[in-house]
Design a protein around this ligand. Structure first.
Ligand code: RTP
Ligand code: MG
Length: 141
């Protein structure tokens, strides 16, 4: 199986709930390595640019407002089949529909405040990693 990289964000609701460590433990428990990370408060322009693919959707403004409502932690995860593995750990977009034991089932409150983001395909992972880590200061071990 291929070693992949994927972009992960711990969203403002999960940072506010103080569950950063618990979420990191799930990544590590699944064999995903954190090879780059930073905590930041996104600007409106940064959040709009990141979610540009959703700019015509009715929930776009709420999504951007939510993403800039507090600090986030952004990381690059690396491992076998990392993109799909990470999405499995996250669970469905709507926490009400997320499988038991997933991050969103356990820590998210609503489809808007849903704890985490994860790249959904190889191409988007590449674009998203470059968006937040243009210099790619990653530390492969
Ligand atoms: P994400 O990009 O944040 O990892 O989430 P996702 O792939 O599971 O879902 P996506 O379809 O990419 O949507 C991005 C974020 O927009 C919000 N959303 N709201 N009200 C709605 O119908 C709706 N649909 C999506 C969610 O917060 C979702 O995480
Ligand atoms: Mg998405």
């Amino acid at each position: 199986m291929a070693i992949e990289r994927t972009l992960s964000i711990i969203k403002p609701d999960a940072v506010a709930k103080n569950v950063i460590g618990q979420i990191y433990s799930r990544f590590e428990g699944a064999g995903l390595k954190i090879i780059a990370a930073r905590m930041t408060q996104l600007s409106r322009a940064e959040a709009e640019g990141f979610y540009a693919v959703h700019s015509a959707r009715p929930f776009f403004k709420d999504l951007v407002d939510f993403m800039i409502s507090g600090p986030v932690i952004i990381q690059v995860l690396e491992g076998e089949n990392a993109i799909a593995k990470h999405r499995d750990l996250m669970g469905a977009t709507d926490p009400k529909k997320a499988e038991k034991g997933t991050i969103r089932a356990d820590f998210a409150d609503s489809i808007d405040a849903n704890a985490v983001h994860g790249s959904d395909a190889e191409e988007t992972a590449k674009v998203e990693i470059a968006y937040y880590f243009p210099a790619l200061n990653v530390y492969s071990r």
